[in-house]
Design a protein around this ligand. Structure first.
Ligand SMILES: [Zn+2]
Length: 437
């Protein structure tokens, strides 16, 4: 009987899907995608292409700058000098390592500062992508460097403890340390770190908040509060996230999204963010990143052994357990990071594809998703070659995402309200919620 019912249900489903298939035949996915992409043209398209393509080179310059500074610190024996200072300042070995690591991170930050300020401040302003004054930007940089000194110092102290105890198999122990830091970071980041840069406040009650919480409940996300963050302090970029676990689950969206997106676009974006949460992408990224770091550590270990044999004495580096050798390990880790960029991007991009699919199914707003994606075209090239996308994109390209939305739309036409013409509708701006007293 059950089987009969099932086959009846299957027949009914086929019958019901016939009109959809008929519609789908009329709906040209590629033409609809092209029509959306054609709404970003001329100077706007040229600017976002130039901005994003320039970023490819910055990956290389950043890596080369780090490597150059590391060689400088080794050949001038400045690294050994920093270690001597640390040894004079403290009696315990772990504290000496922490002091060396803190000084090293500071020196590296100061020597790469010209590149950092060009990349993070002047270049962003040249492309009209920053809302920050120089003092505000420098303030954020100082805070970020402070966090890097403390977190990096602790991480490297733990790492060197592992290197000294098990000089051959330390990469395995270093992986465990990385995993612990990633987990602690994703727990503490939204609660302690992010509020140091931006103000989070509960979103005012209203239909937008109700819609987001309803969408969260429908997908089993245990959140009862929505926060809004003043990302306009830094830029006009739209963004949102669902962060935390173990009872710290928090939905946050930024004021740019509230100001610049229509209710349907907000729904489409939030459904994507809920997808990351439901699909456990934080846990997955901890696993993948730990494995990737592990391979990087093994490579650095081999590289260290090779160069240390030749130059170790000249550089005043005693052995692999000597923190003065950190620049040498970092040289090989940076080289590995450069080569692994396409792998890391592809891992993250795969999660983004999954969240896109989840979001389309949860929000059922393919057109609003497409227009929301076009808003990201201000800083991400819309239509790259497939190879470019694999190597440089940590999110799918605008073309891929709009095409996915249009494919979804073509297969769900009979379930959707009458579709608008495939042109970017003017966003209906809704005012950001007034501040909570
Ligand atoms: Zn995402």
């Amino acid at each position: 009987m059950f089987a009969r019912l099932c086959s009846f249900a299957a027949l009914a489903a086929v019958a019901m899907s016939v009109p959809a298939l008929a519609h789908a035949a009329d709906f040209d996915v590629k033409a609809a995608t092209d029509a959306y992409l054609a709404t970003v043209t001329g100077a706007a398209r040229a600017k976002s292409d130039a901005y994003f393509e320039g970023g490819y080179w910055l990956i290389l310059w950043d890596a080369l700058a780090t490597i150059a500074v590391c060689f400088l610190l080794l050949f001038t024996r400045a690294s050994a000098g920093l270690r001597n200072v640390a040894e004079r300042l403290a009696r315990w070995r772990w504290l000496q390592t922490f002091i060396y690591a803190a000084l090293f991170i500071l020196v590296l930050s100061i020597l790469t500062f010209p590149l950092t300020i060009y990349e993070g401040f002047y270049r962003e302003h040249a492309y009209g992508l920053s809302n920050m004054s120089l003092p505000a930007w420098l303030g954020d940089l100082a805070k970020g460097t402070g966090i890097a000194v403390v977190a990096g110092g602790l991480g490297l102290t733990a790492g060197y403890a592992a290197i000294r105890r098990v000089p051959k198999s330390w990469p395995v122990w270093a992986m465990i340390i990385v995993a612990a830091f990633l987990i602690i970071g994703s727990l503490l980041g939204p609660v302690f770190i992010e509020p140091m840069f931006n103000t989070y406040k509960p979103m005012n009650d209203g239909p937008v908040k109700d819609g987001i919480l309803s969408l969260a409940r429908a997908n089993g996300v245990p959140a009862t509060q929505v926060f809004q963050v003043d990302a306009s302090r830094q830029s006009d970029r739209v963004s949102a996230n669902v962060a935390g676990f173990l009872g710290t689950t928090r939905i946050a969206l930024n004021d740019n999204l509230l100001r610049r997106a229509s209710p349907a676009e907000i729904k489409a974006v939030m459904a994507h963010e809920l997808g990351h949460y439901v699909l456990n992408h934080i846990v997955k990224s901890v696993v993948y990143l730990t494995l990737l770091f592990g391979v990087g550590f093994f490579f650095s270990n081999l590289g260290f052994a090779a160069l240390y044999r030749v130059f170790g004495a000249n550089w005043g580096v005693r052995d692999i357990g000597d923190s003065a050798g950190l620049p040498l390990l970092l040289i090989f880790f940076t080289l590995f990071g450069l080569v692994a960029t396409p792998i890391q991007n592809s891992i993250v991009r795969e999660d983004e594809v999954q969240a896109d699919i989840f979001g389309l199914n949860a929000a059922r707003e393919p057109d609003a998703f497409a227009t929301a994606i076009l808003k990201l075209a201000e800083y991400r090239k819309l239509d790259p070659t497939p190879l470019e996308e694999i190597v440089f994109y940590d999110h799918p390209s605008g073309r891929s995402r709009v095409a996915m939305a249009m494919q979804w739309k073509s297969e769900h036409l009979n379930e959707l309200p009458p579709a608008p013409a495939p042109v970017a509708p003017a966003p209906e701006p809704i005012k950001p919620a007034p501040p909570v007293p």
